[in-house]
Design a protein around this ligand. Structure first.
Ligand code: DC
Length: 238
């Protein structure tokens, strides 16, 4: 068994992965690792360096270099609602990362094999430092094929677009319509699931949960229950 305890949570955008994993981390006292934030941070650095969504294969080496050189650090900030902040090369970039433009750029840079290789060791180290829960696209298939328990969340595209719009509105950045957002999610799903390296797909041994008609509380309760059962099974085995 993998020691320490690692929970892998994969699935496309807007399935409630982030909200659920953050809550589960609090309930079960696990370290929460948002691996999408790392790809978004590489997208941010590449954008700062002048690359746009139209970058070409010839740019892969330069963008890989950016990912290899970057220093990433998650810091938990104690506010009323404690939050994970991501520092890249010493700068807090958290608030720049969750825009629709950065979502599209993150999806594109994440298809570069060198970028994925540059982030792999870091993700494993983050997960192994203590009992943890990692969310992403390839946690159960590539980063932690040996995870203690794996989940794969899904939801209808309409529901996912609705949730993302609400999230953007809550950040006061609703500069995109529901239709545009839905189209972006569709394009991102397509890119993330058809790329040749580490495509988004359910691990054979992952527990699939369709969150379309479930509240966040219901999804969290179900996942916490499954994690607790798994823990008991492992303890019983010794
Ligand atoms: O989870 P997210 O929406 O923040 O992820 C942004 C993009 O990063 C997503 O479109 C694909 C990529 N990603 C990935 O390829 N592998 C991961 N483990 C996490 C994210």
């Amino acid at each position: 068994m993998l020691n320490p305890f690692v929970v892998a949570v994969d699935g496309p955008a807007g399935t409630g992965k982030s909200s659920a994993t953050k809550r589960i981390a609090d309930v079960l006292n696990l370290i929460h690792v948002d691996t999408g934030a790392l790809y978004r941070a590489v997208a941010y650095l590449a954008t700062e360096a002048g690359f746009t969504l139209e970058f070409e294969d010839a740019d892969h080496a330069a963008i890989t270099r950016i990912a290899e050189k970057a220093q990433f650090e998650f810091k938990r900030v104690k506010e009323k609602n404690p939050k994970n902040r991501l520092y890249v090369n010493g700068k807090d970039v958290t608030s720049q990362l969750r825009t629709p433009d950065m979502s599209m750029m993150a999806s594109k840079v994440s298809a570069i094999p060198g970028v994925r290789a540059a982030l792999k060791g870091l993700q494993r180290n983050l997960g192994l430092q203590a009992p943890s829960i990692l969310e992403g696209r390839d946690i159960g298939t590539v980063i932690f094929p040996d995870a203690t328990i794996k989940f794969f969340l899904t939801a209808s595209i309409d529901e996912r677009a609705k949730r993302r719009l609400a999230e953007l509105e809550a950040q006061d950045s609703d500069t995109i319509s529901y239709e545009e957002l839905r189209e972006q999610i569709r394009a991102r799903d397509n890119g993330d699931s058809t790329r040749s390296i580490a495509p988004l797909k359910k691990a054979d041994d992952a527990i699939e949960i369709d969150t379309t008609t479930h509240t966040l509380d219901e999804v969290v309760s179900l996942m916490v229950e499954k994690i607790k059962v798994r823990k008991l099974e492992l303890e019983a085995k010794g």
